[in-house]
Write a protein that binds this ligand. Structure first.
Ligand code: AP5
Ligand code: ZN
Length: 216
């Protein structure tokens, strides 16, 4: 199945996407991860992207659509999980076109519903493993051994440059202005499913799994 995980920053998109990769062999396409990779590449594009991302604004549609197009042509495992894409109506239209081009379609758009108050808490406590990408939280998902990744044992644990209060405020505004209209867009296309993103990580995963199993 091909699905979109839709929700504000901190809703838990990346956390659920990683579970689906492990448990179902799906392919995670996170434009945030791709852009962070471009950021470290030192290219002109990378430098421009870094400034925009660190402020919490959206990168241009052209750039992210280009990144997704590149990945779609290279294998698909058990379906794609679009994580953090699309984020604008032009991106949503482009995704429909790109999937059609490779003979695929969208099976479900999963809206992760959360309250703004918890997002601040989630974002301010987040850290990730620089080696394997596992996502942690100081309070809700700490590592078993302090300073060491549970999954790969790396001690390279990082916080994101855009996980500060000011950038988060911008990211939320960008979400409400530009991304939340996609909820109506996909509702009318008949593809929208809502899950309670405030539940525990495993319970959210169970809701997502139930939706996926209905689609197959
Ligand atoms: P991106 O990387 O996509 O970030 P985001 O949308 O802000 O989402 P996050 O990664 O912050 O949150 P998440 O929902 O994945 O939550 P997570 O699972 O980590 O984008 C970053 C930037 O890149 C954008 O601002 C923009 O500049 C640019 N960009 C990216 N895509 C773009 C596009 N398509 N177009 C234009 N620009 C684009 O969880 C958060 C925390 O909560 C973690 O600590 C986790 O452990 C914890 N947690 C998760 N679930 C639960 C739970 N159920 N209960 C308790 N804790 C939980
Ligand atoms: Zn790791």
């Amino acid at each position: 199945a091909n699905i979109i995980l839709l929700g504000p920053p901190g809703a838990g998109k990346g956390t659920q996407a990683r579970k689906l990769v492990d448990e179902r062999g799906m392919v995670q396409l996170s434009t945030g991860d791709m852009l962070r990779e471009a950021k470290t590449s030192g290219t002109e594009m990378g430098k421009k992207v870094a400034e925009v991302m660190d402020r919490g604004e959206l990168v241009t549609d052209e750039i992210v659509i280009g990144l997704i197009e590149e990945k779609l042509s290279s294998g698909q495992g058990n379906g794609f999980i679009f994580d953090g894409f699309p984020r604008t109506l032009p991106q949503a239209d482009a995704l429909g076109r790109l999937l059609a081009k490779i003979g695929q379609k969208l099976d479900a758009v999963i809206e992760m519903r959360v309250d703004d108050e918890v997002l601040v808490h989630r974002i301010s406590g987040r850290f990730t493993c620089g080696k394997c990408g596992e996502v942690y939280h100081d309070a809700t998902k700490p590592t078993k051994v302090a300073g060491t990744c549970d999954v790969c044992g790396s001690t390279d644990l990082r916080r994101r440059a855009d996980d500060n209060e000011e950038s988060l405020r911008t990211r939320l505004m960008e979400y409400y202005k530009k991304t939340s209209p996609l909820i109506g867009y996909y509702y009318h296309a008949g593809d929208l499913f809502g899950v309670d993103g405030l539940a525990e990580i495993d319970d959210v995963a169970a809701s997502v799994a139930a939706i996926l199993d209905q689609q197959v």
